[in-house]
Design a protein around this ligand. Structure first.
Ligand code: NAI
Length: 412
């Protein structure tokens, strides 16, 4: 046990410069490797860094953090996934070992909302079909089927981060916004909730989906829902690929029941850039197809760098775990004086009394304490009126770390 001094982070996969700036501000030493590392390379790189000060890892989507990596690097305190998903990390294994994992699920909200807004106008003016005709040498000048979006109704399914931001942007274009969500959601601006999905589908000129991938949403948009949509309406899906039945959508478009669609996400997507793409929607000039780029902007990457680096820095500095996907979420206040002992432990009866007994035995007063648990894991903050480098604080930290229930303990 020793007080926090010059923590180290290994950053892989060309993480955005905003993360480097954030770590520099918090005194974290950054070590980098440009690409993803294999399991063995990752273990070697992590073990090559000091093991007696906090050790962190930052990755994007290509580096796999397996249980074997976690077992081989007991000094690893936290992993930052500088991306949206965390599928590349063995989350349960990280939780069981007390390793904090942070990601940035909402950093690209604005990027998705802007793309959808653009697509609404493109669909309304048949821009893609007209543009393709021009490329083929055809001058297809006509107002037929082209409309302004002002005054039209936008139906948003899923009024979360993206849906609600889109709502505000669409109103600024003069659209009427209606939404449907399974949870009661406060309307922004003049938007109004609909009593049911079918009510929304019956009155929207554009329906846009912003729901997560759940048992309820998988296949939620099929023949029946498309049949209830207003004739000539358009459908946009930039949420998750399994939400829409693409064969049914193609049929509705071919029959002219819907005027168009924009689809960014697919039930099965190619693994990497440059791979072959196929979809039942290929070849329809009323459909805008994009390769899952809704959230892919430079601004989103910059936001991700900033957000994950600041979560990791907060965890180092105060023990705050807001947004952590493996540990209980605690928004810990910064320490005004004294030290904080942070103990991640197995959530079994008696931990708090064992820790408090150690505190009592060493005659150290507790100035603040908080305990949060989630499933098998507990997170305990104990504030004490000692400096972090005071030998007494260090001895206490070591004694707490030695409890059989302790997974990760440090004094900050
Ligand atoms: P969020 O979690 O903030 O909002 C989702 C909303 O959907 C919540 O309000 C929730 O209550 C609601 N909902 C859940 N089940 C529902 C149901 N059966 N019917 C109606 N509403 C339901 O999520 P956020 O950030 O707005 O993302 C929405 C979707 O967009 C997610 O699927 C996400 O994976 C996807 N996404 C796609 C991107 C892209 O590149 N195309 C980039 C970022 C997110």
């Amino acid at each position: 046990m020793r007080a926090v001094s010059r923590p180290n982070i290994l950053l892989l996969e060309s993480i955005h410069a905003t993360a480097h700036e954030e770590f520099a501000r918090h005194g974290v030493a950054v070590h980098t490797a440009a690409g993803a590392l294999s399991e063995a390379q990752l273990v070697a790189a992590l073990r090559g860094l000091p093991q007696d000060v906090p050790l962190l890892l930052g990755i994007r989507s290509k580096t796999q953090v397996t249980p074997a990596v976690l077992d081989a690097t007991p000094a690893l305190l936290a992993v930052g996934a500088f991306c949206i998903g965390t599928d590349q990390i063995a989350l349960q294994a990280a939780r069981e070992r007390g390793v904090a994992v942070f990601n940035a699920p909402f950093s690209n909200t604005r990027s998705v909302a802007e793309l959808v807004l653009g697509e609404i106008i493109m669909l309304s003016r048949q821009v893609f079909a007209r543009s393709q005709a021009c490329h083929r040498g055809l001058w297809h000048k006509s107002a037929e089927g082209s409309h302004e979006v002002r005054g039209k109704t936008l139906g948003i399914v899923g009024y979360g981060h993206i849906g609600s931001q889109l709502s505000v942007l669409a109103e600024s274009l003069g659209m009427q916004v209606r939404y449907h969500d399974i949870l009661p959601k406060l309307p922004l601006g003049n938007a109004q909730p609909c009593g049911s999905l079918n009510e929304l589908l019956g009155l929207a000129d554009f329906v846009t989906l912003h729901v997560p991938d759940t048992e309820l949403t998988r296949g939620m948009f099929g023949v029946a829902e498309l049949a209830v949509m207003k004739p000539g309406a358009a459908l946009i899906n930039a949420s998750r690929g399994m939400v829409v039945d693409l064969a049914a959508l193609r049929e509705a478009l071919e029959r002219g029941r819907l005027s168009g669609a924009a689809v960014d996400v697919f039930p099965s997507e190619p693994a990497k850039a440059g791979d072959v793409f196929d979809s039942p929607l290929r070849g329809l000039d009323t459909v805008i197809l994009t390769p899952h780029i809704g959230g892919s902007t430079q601004e989103a990457q910059a936001n991700i760098g900033r957000e994950v680096a600041s979560s990791l820095s907060a965890y180092l500095g105060t023990g705050s775990t807001t947004g952590c996907v493996t540990l209980p979420n605690v928004d810990a206040a910064p320490l005004r004086s004294g030290a904080r002992i942070l103990n991640v432990h197995r959530n079994v009866p008696g931990v708090l009394s064992a820790v408090n007994q150690l505190m009592a035995d060493s005659q150290v007063n507790i100035t603040g304490q908080s305990l949060a648990t989630v499933e098998s894991i507990g997170l305990l903050h104990v504030d004490v009126p000692l400096r972090a480098d005071d030998p007494k604080a260090q001895r206490l930290g070591a004694a707490i770390a030695a409890l059989s229930t302790s997974l990760r303990t440090r004094v900050i």
